[in-house]
Design a binder for this molecule. Structure first.
Ligand code: NAG
Ligand code: NAG
Ligand code: NAG
Ligand code: NAG
Ligand code: NAG
Ligand code: NAG
Length: 590
């Protein structure tokens, strides 16, 4: 076994060396198009009907397609030169592409996609990263990187991409454009290379909200109903806690616009993790039963992990044979992905399937026909090219926590650009239940002008009072948090401390105070994590040792709890709280 894996590595590095030589040339040739295209060509629509008949709905628009959609006579390359080398040209055009052309749009080329459509980053080793026109030193996001770049750079009016675990929504957010992931099975995936079919959704990008909606009218295989107003707009507070962008630039922009357009009564707040925990028995089960030690992850992270397990299993089923045919070079993460799924037991896969079913049911009953869930698309601004941030497990898990919600429930989701914050693109996402794609597109279309207006106000108000520093704003948020805490409004206090942390993540007090609020809500893992942060900033923070001790005591880590209380006593020898606690726990330790 070791010798065969050594062979693979040798073949792999030989392969990569060859490709580097080959793509040097290619890169230079395509870079003037932002490096977004694999191939350019032109497929013209049929002539428009003579007046007075209306022209086709997409007349005059150009589009590009990610290199996973079949086009008759062209090889579908899957982001990998060896795939292209080992496959014949397609003998038909995928229906979603044909219908766009029949409706008047001109197809102008195929765009770069991550290697085998299997990443959220957008740095394809073989083709290079397409340039992100909104932030040239940042990643464009994947997997549909070229399609996003082409739209953001104005090279086409819209483009098609593939969204399995976020492949349209994430690059949409990073490149500052709309990205639409339709409901699962609402757009045909015939003639589209499968990544993980039970999660795959062919989606599209646009800069203009009316083009986004027009494309939806053409490609969605759903009955179109009368536009209606949302009855409920639910802000997922816990998801926004993952975001590094201040609330003034995200939630407040959405809240103000919704109030203006649809009225204050539509707005609601929800902790999505808690909601799912109350509705999804399988997620609850694993939360209470199997989680310990290294597995201490939140419920949304469990959902993300279940999504990855399904993704890996299906990807492997479809592509393992080709990948292990030995004469092909794939990115190491594609290899890892295929290898990873072999470890998932059938029992675990059954759990993943029921987690998906239950998430689907839970979101359907939450959103019904006319509800919108609001959440961040991504954690913050697009990460730096070739940087470490986006490669870290923490970054990827948190990002996938956000994208798993629609992928696992089958819901539709749209990435909505909200201008820039500190010169980098910012976005928010709306989700509607599976099958309500037209409703979602209509809602975005109705509210977008107001969102833009509010985003502009938020951006401008910032410039005019630049004198208020982040640190001062953080202190204000913390003060408000303390008031909420005194009033026993624990969740509100948590949200405000989170706001303070976003503005200034170098102050131990903010983490320690949030830990106190988590303790009140029984969020012992979060409390412990916050105390860890506080202590790493300030090694002498007595309160953080006391709070971490309490959290650990509740979690049953008695030995560690006693250590925390002892250390608090070292720092403050007369502290009765610590003394009492040590005496209380001691008996469990021996
Ligand atoms: C491996 O690929 C090369 C082209 O890169 C080809 O010439 C050769 O025949 C292939 N070998 C096998 C065993 O498929
Ligand atoms: C998921 O739900 C469908 C019906 O909605 C059911 O047929 C199927 O057995 C469920 N699968 C699991 C793993 O619970
Ligand atoms: C910032 O300035 C705007 C208008 O210039 C004003 O409406 C807003 O209240 C100011 N914000 C703060 C926090 O002072
Ligand atoms: C204003 O800009 C600063 C940094 O330039 C940022 O930290 C702050 O969050 C912004 N405030 C708003 C209201 O967007
Ligand atoms: C940290 O927070 C505390 C309490 O709010 C405050 O007194 C202190 O000035 C802050 N320190 C910094 C460096 O911002
Ligand atoms: C123990 O120390 C904490 C943190 O300094 C303080 O808030 C608390 O009042 C002290 N308790 C006692 C009983 O001394």
């Amino acid at each position: 076994m070791s010798s065969s894996s050594a062979n693979i590595i040798v073949l792999l590095s030989l392969g990569i060396a060859g490709i580097v030589l080959m793509t040097r040339k290619l890169k230079r040739a395509v870079k003037q198009d932002l490096g977004a295209f694999v191939q350019r060509f032109e497929i013209l629509p049929p002539p428009p009907p003579p007046p007075p008949k209306a022209p086709h709905p997409l007349t005059g628009l150009t589009f590009a397609v990610a290199d996973v959609f079949d086009i008759d006579g062209y090889i579908t390359g899957f982001g990998n030169p060896d795939w292209a080398r080992t496959h014949e040209p397609a003998s038909r055009t995928s229906p979603v592409v044909s219908i766009l052309i029949e409706n008047g749009a001109t197809c102008v080329g195929k765009t770069v996609i991550d290697d085998m459509a299997s990443s959220i980053i957008g740095e394809n080793k073989h083709f290079g990263a397409p340039t992100n026109p909104a932030a040239p030193d940042r990643v464009p996001g994947g997997c549909s990187s070229g399609s996003a770049a082409a739209v953001a750079g104005g090279l086409v009016d819209f483009s098609l991409g593939m969204d399995t675990i976020g492949g349209v929504r994430i690059p949409g957010g990073f490149c500052g454009i709309f990205g639409f992931r339709p409901s699962h099975a609402a757009v045909s995936n015939i003639g589209v290379l499968p990544v993980s079919p039970s999660l795959d959704a062919p989606g599209w990008f646009a800069k203009d909200v009316s083009i986004l909606r027009r494309v939806g009218h053409v490609v969605l295989q759903l009955p179109h109903c009368e536009p209606r107003k949302p009855r409920q707009v639910i802000i997922a507070d816990d998801c926004f806690q993952l975001s590094k962008i201040p609330a003034t630039r995200l939630t407040q922009v959405v809240v103000k616009s919704m109030e203006k357009i649809f009225g204050r009564q539509v707005l609601n707040h929800l902790n999505l993790g808690d909601y799912l925990r109350s509705k999804a028995a399988s997620l609850k089960e694993i939360q209470n039963g199997e989680l310990n030690g290294d597995q201490r992850i939140s419920l949304l992270a469990q959902l993300a992990n279940a999504m990855l397990a399904l993704n890996n299993r299906e990807f492997k089923h479809n592509h393992e044979e080709w990948i292990s045919s030995g004469n092909v070079s794939v990115d190491p993460y594609v290899l890892a992905l295929a290898r990873d799924s072999s470890e998932a037991t059938n029992e675990h896969m059954a759990y993943c399937h029921s987690a998906r079913n239950e998430t689907h049911t839970a979101l359907n009953s939450l959103l019904k026909d006319d509800g919108i869930l609001v959440l961040p698309t991504v954690l913050g601004p697009p990460p730096k090219l070739n940087g470490k941030e986006i490669l870290s497990a923490d970054y990827q898990t948190k990002t996938l926590c956000l994208s798993a919600i629609a992928s696992m429930s089958g819901c539709c989701q749209v990435t909505i650009p909200l201008g820039v914050h500190e010169k980098l693109p910012v976005s928010v996402s709306f989700i509607a239940r599976q099958g309500r794609d037209h409703f979602l597109l209509d809602t975005v279309h109705a509210i977008y002008p107001s969102l833009q207006e509010q985003a502009d106000i938020a951006m401008k108000s910032n410039i005019s009072n630049g004198s208020i520093s982040k640190e001062e704003s953080a202190e204000t948020a913390k003060e408000k948090g303390n008031i909420a805490y005194k009033e026993k409004q624990w969740q509100k206090a948590i949200n405000l401390y989170t706001e303070a942390i976003k503005l200034n993540d170098k102050n131990a007090t903010y983490y320690s105070n949030r830990a106190a609020a988590y303790l009140e809500l029984g969020g012992y893992l979060q409390a412990e994590a916050d105390c860890n942060e506080a202590i790493s900033i300030d090694k002498k923070n007595v309160k953080s040792y006391l709070r971490r001790g309490t959290a650990r005591e509740m979690l049953g880590y008695y030995k560690e709890a006693v250590e925390d209380f002892r250390y608090a006593l070292v720092l403050e020898p007369t502290n009765k709280t610590a003394n009492v606690a040590i005496n209380r726990i001691k008996k469990f330790v021996q």
